[in-house]
Ligand binder design. Structure first.
Ligand SMILES: *[C@@H]1O[C@H](CO)[C@@H](O)[C@H](O)[C@H]1NC(C)=O
Length: 421
């Protein structure tokens, strides 16, 4: 009797398992049928790749391309996305600098961006690397991007010493900065990266086809839905540089940067915009730099700005001065100073509603209504490490309050709850 019951239980469990397997595999079939029927591979590819790893391969081979032959796909209004038929796809792409070993951190960032934003728009994504991407990297990454994934190679001349740099002098500086424990002061690749992001990412052929870009780094998080097209926002509001976090730079990394910038301003006054934002980066009319900069690991911007004669002249001037190697100039102050001096100040934009985290700071909307509407998961609870808990934007080390002041912007409701007291 007891034995009979046990057998019966096995049978029931086995049948249930079979039913579950049948259901799941049936779903797969349904999904691919749907894909075939509506021909919109892109809108489902992210989901398929994410939930049913085995199906990714057949989908990725076609959209993955190499640098040079990319161009934005035509608009694909899709009723399922809830986009109006008047929706106009922008000439834009994501761009990520990555190494092969960053694969899963890159996938994490893609997932954040796709889930909160790009599943509605399917913008392309350009990946850049100074080494060759592995097949594994390309296949896996392509399966997570809902637009086209493009893999570009960084030529050696964009990631090496220009001939006017004394490499022994540079090595001695690294040694000295290491002893002084200056962050990344010891690192040679970090310097190549900063110089690359300042002067070369926008020259990579893989980006030639695009106007707007959104820079995404490995390991980032997005805390809120983004319920509008950021690229269309940039275009419609004549914005050229958008940020989420701004802060003060470590002075020890840029000791002669401002002196060099002043040299540039004196020599090339024609490139300084008459309606610039100098008072964001200087408290004394340009005599000294107040160290404020936009945190460039997040940027939504206009590539044509970096491609302009004004910015090229600016970068070349800084590059000749050698501070990328003889000090440790970051691309964040370089981009920020350029944006503040060479653009019309109205082209700068703070994205209050983009909840963003990159170790160790976060930006999140402070007003409850916005947070609920955008399903924000801004972490504030004790379950998280302290560096992930606080909204940085309205605190002492942030330059964003100053940005509001000099731009004459109203602060969002609730900011006062998120200040240092
Ligand atoms: C996209 O923008 C780039 C840079 O401004 C431009 O060269 C290219 O022609 C544009 N492509 C389309 C399809 O408009």
């Amino acid at each position: 009797m007891v034995r009979g019951l046990r057998v019966l239980r096995y049978v029931v469990v086995a049948v249930t398992l079979l039913l579950i397997i049948y259901k799941v595999s049936n779903k797969d079939v349904d999904l691919s049928e749907y894909t075939k029927k509506f021909g919109n591979v892109n809108s489902l590819r992210g989901t398929t790749g994410g939930l049913h790893g085995g199906k990714a391969e057949e989908d990725v081979s076609a959209p993955a391309t190499t640098a040079g032959n990319s161009s934005p796909a035509p608009a694909q209004p899709n009723a399922a996305d809830g986009l109006a038929s008047t929706y106009e796809r922008q000439n834009a792409t994501f761009v990520t600098l990555a190494r092969n070993q960053d694969l899963w951190a890159v996938v994490g960032s893609i997932r954040e961006v796709e889930d909160r934003y790009n599943h509605k728009y399917h913008y392309d994504w350009v990946f850049l690397n100074d080494a060759e991407f592995t097949e594994e990297f390309k296949t896996i990454v392509s399966s997570f991007v809902s637009g086209k994934a493009v893999f570009g190679h960084i030529p050696p001349e964009h990631w090496s010493y220009p001939d006017w740099i004394d490499q022994e002098k540079a090595a001695l500086v690294r040694e000295e900065m290491n002893e002084k424990k200056i962050i990344y002061g010891f690192s040679e690749p970090y310097r190549h990266m900063c110089r690359f992001e300042s002067g070369f990412f926008w020259r990579n052929p893989a980006l030639d086809a695009y106007k707007y870009y959104w820079r995404v780094e490995p390991h980032i998080k997005l805390f809120c839905d983004i319920d509008y097209d950021l690229f269309a926002f940039m275009k419609n509001n004549k914005k050229s540089y958008g940020f989420t976090i701004s802060l003060y730079e470590y002075e020890a990394t840029i000791e002669t940067l401002w002196k060099t910038v002043k040299g540039f301003m004196a020599e090339y006054p024609q490139h300084i915009h008459p309606n610039n934002a100098l008072n964001f980066i200087s408290d004394d009319g340009g005599e000294t730099y107040n160290l404020c900069h936009f945190w460039s690991n997040f940027e939504v911007g206009d590539l044509d700005f970096w491609r302009s004669d004004a910015y090229r002249a600016f970068f070349d001037y800084l590059d000749k001065a050698g501070g990328f190697f003889y000090e440790r100039w970051g691309d964040a102050p370089v981009h920020s100073i350029a944006a503040a001096l060479l653009m019309d100040r109205s082209e700068l934009h703070y994205f209050n509603d983009v909840g963003y985290w990159h170790v160790p700071f976060q930006n999140c909307p402070v007003d409850e209504e916005t947070r609920r509407r955008l399903h924000c998961t801004c972490p504030s609870d004790d379950s998280l490490p302290p560096d992930q808990r606080n909204i940085f934007t309205w605190r002492g080390y942030s330059c964003t309050p100053r940005f509001h002041k000099v731009q004459g912007l109203e602060r969002p409701k609730g900011w006062i709850e998120h200040t240092d007291k």
